[in-house]
Design a protein. Structure first.
Length: 126
């Protein structure tokens, strides 16, 4: 499942983003570092625009998420993602079109990159 930082989501909503928001039942986010877990109370359906191609993406919302977002297996499988780490490239297949994106590592990424394109650390390849 893909997940979005709730604070970022609220900033996007404040900036005019319109999307469907629904309550979530029986979903807990478990820490990878200890046994703590936190209930996820909301999820949303966002319109994502990739170079003019619109797609809908369901995202869980969590205020405890340290990073801006995680693209989950749901997204990666639906769009036949290929991740090439040596070339720092992600390839997506969306509605019979192929999109290539270059990405940076977490240490190289500024705090506001997510808002630029709607995807964390991903930039269209020219």
């Amino acid at each position: 499942m893909s997940i979005l930082n709730e604070n970022l989501y609220n900033k996007l909503r404040h900036a005019g983003l319109q999307c469907l928001e629904l309550p979530t039942q029986h979903v807990n986010l478990v820490s990878a570092f200890n046994n703590k877990s936190k209930r996820v109370e909301k999820h949303t359906l966002l319109d994502v625009n990739i170079e003019g191609t619109k797609l809908d993406q369901e995202l869980l919302l969590s205020a405890q998420l340290i990073t801006e977002a995680f693209l989950g297996l749901d997204f990666l499988i639906n769009y036949e993602a290929e991740i090439n780490f040596p070339e720092r490239r992600i390839t997506l297949r969306v509605k019979e079109e192929v999109f290539n994106f270059e990405f940076t590592g977490a240490k190289e990424t500024s705090a506001n990159r997510f808002c630029d394109l709607g995807l964390t650390s991903i930039h269209p390849q020219t």
